[in-house]
Design a protein around this ligand. Structure first.
Ligand code: PEP
Ligand code: CO
Length: 465
């Protein structure tokens, strides 16, 4: 069991607290894990009110459109590519990083579409992925005991007791950074993004070391031909009718952030979290009577649910009944993150149980979070082969259970970082220090991400072609 904190501030906003039943703050009356108390409740309350008064980042129409597309993925007619940083930081809200992230997601999706011949839903861990669960509340640095870093939404990574204190102003700053990121991503997707598809933008030399290099090269050249052809017959295709859609997602962890942006929408039923298209329930906040589950059961957005150790199947089934009692299609993405050597043992039981109780879900595989380890030098990393192994085993189990694996969930970046070992460019542990940037978990870099997309498509084809 996690040692992480179980209580947080109670906030008192009379207009929201009226009446019985669910409302955006009803979670605040429950026990909650992974959300440390803010020392100053009044300041928190003011920040909450400010955030609540600001305009939404996204719209209910977009949320509904995503849910419809996810329903397609649930039926085997589309594939979900969810990816992005483990922890976004406020400092990384920069042009080049956003361009690189959009570029890698777009190129990965082109690979999947081209190789699989199925629509791909792009969903970034972006524009809000600022809060992190931790296994310990405290750490000791240079003899000083301080709170652990929990993401820029809560405190600073600076190893300083004051900087580590939860700061309510960060709620508003996160909203601002998310808005700036989203504004730029939307502009890139609408206009001016077309050049990212051209051949010179595909940096492929690294793949020469991969056994599939020839196939890969042919695929990219064929994607380029297809793009050029479409451009000739319908110029500006990407700028107009075929806009690039990139949906956003984050873990609904700091519920002060999410609930302040949970609103009613005219002429629509229910409440929408207008800070992201999809939010997910992390592996450590799944207590059925806890605050996170209470919050998630009241919103209209699609919800991701991580599935991993301690492999509590009953709890998982209760989560489905609680968060999606009406069995709405496209509502739930089950994101398995078991660890490469656990998939065969546990996944079949889940698939069978969910089939039996009739819940429509989109199955997705997160091959990252069960495969993290520390090197001898104590650097957190993941091995490309373990990640691939989990993907392969997951496809294999779905295939043998006649079930559709409808997505992958990856921690990745468009930058040339050195955080995960392996892949065609053969990064080894000694090379990790050359460009290790992440504040939290290690991500696939640009090359590793493209290679992974190619290998995912190969696995999908084995199962569903
Ligand atoms: C994450 O997705 O960054 C994460 C912390 O995952 P999990 O809850 O599955 O450990
Ligand atoms: Co992570």
């Amino acid at each position: 069991m996690s040692t992480a904190t179980k209580q947080t501030n109670k906030i008192d906003i009379p207009d929201l607290l009226e009446g019985e039943g669910w409302h955006p703050l009803s979670w605040n009356q429950k026990e909650i894990t992974q959300l440390p108390p803010y020392p100053d409740t009044e300041e928190l309350q003011n920040a909450y009110k400010e955030l609540k008064s600001l305009p939404p980042l996204i719209t209910s129409w977009e949320i509904e459109a995503l849910k419809e597309k996810l329903a397609q993925a649930g039926e085997g007619k589309a594939f979900l590519l969810q990816g992005g940083d483990c922890a976004e930081t406020f400092d990384a809200c920069k042009s080049v990083k956003l361009v690189n992230m959009l570029k890698v997601m777009l190129q990965m999706s082109f690979i999947l579409i081209h190789e699989m011949g199925t629509p791909v839903i792009r969903l970034g861990r972006i524009a809000g992925q600022y809060a992190k669960p931790r296994s310990k509340d405290f750490e000791e640095i240079n003899g000083l005991k301080m709170l652990n870093y929990r993401g820029d939404l809560i405190n600073s990574i600076k190893p300083d007791v004051d900087a580590r204190t939860p700061d309510p102003q960060r709620l508003v700053e996160a909203y601002e950074k998310a808005a700036l990121s989203l504004n730029f991503l939307r502009a890139l997707s609408d206009e001016g993004f077309a050049d990212l598809q051209y051949p010179q933008q595909w940096e492929l030399d690294f793949m020469q070391n991969n056994e599939y290099y020839k196939e890969y090269e042919e695929m990219v050249s064929s994607i380029n031909k297809a793009i050029k052809f479409m451009d000739t017959i319908t110029p500006n295709r990407l700028n107009t009718s075929h806009k690039v859609d990139l949906y956003t997602s984050h873990e609904a962890l700091n519920l002060f952030y999410d609930s302040a942006q949970t609103r009613r929408v005219p002429r629509k039923q229910g409440w929408f979290n207008l800070s992201a298209h999809l939010v997910w329930l992390g592996n450590r906040t799944q207590q059925i009577d806890g605050g996170h589950v209470e919050y998630l059961k009241g919103i209209q957005n699609p919800v991701g649910i991580k599935v991993g150790p301690p492999f509590d199947l009953d709890n998982m089934l209760r989560l489905l009944d609680t968060i999606n009692p009406s069995h709405e299609a496209g509502k739930i993405v089950l994101i398995t993150r078991m660890g490469h050597d656990m998939v065969k043992k546990h996944l079949p039981t889940y698939i069978r149980a969910i089939k039996q109780n009739g819940h429509p879900v989109v199955w997705s595989c997160d091959p990252m979070h069960g495969n993290t380890y520390a090197t001898g030098e104590n650097v957190k990393t993941r091995n490309f082969n373990d990640i691939l192994h989990e993907i392969r085993e997951t496809f294999e189990v779905h295939r043998s259970e006649a079930s559709y694996l409808g997505g992958v969930h990856l921690e990745l970046t468009g930058d040339n970082v050195t955080e995960c070992v392996g892949g065609a460019n053969g990064l080894n542990e000694a090379g990790l220090s050359s460009n290790y940037e992440t504040y939290c978990d290690p991500r696939l870099n640009y090359e590793q991400s493209l290679e992974m997309a190619f290998l995912v498509a190969k696995e999908w084809n084995k199962s569903y072609r």
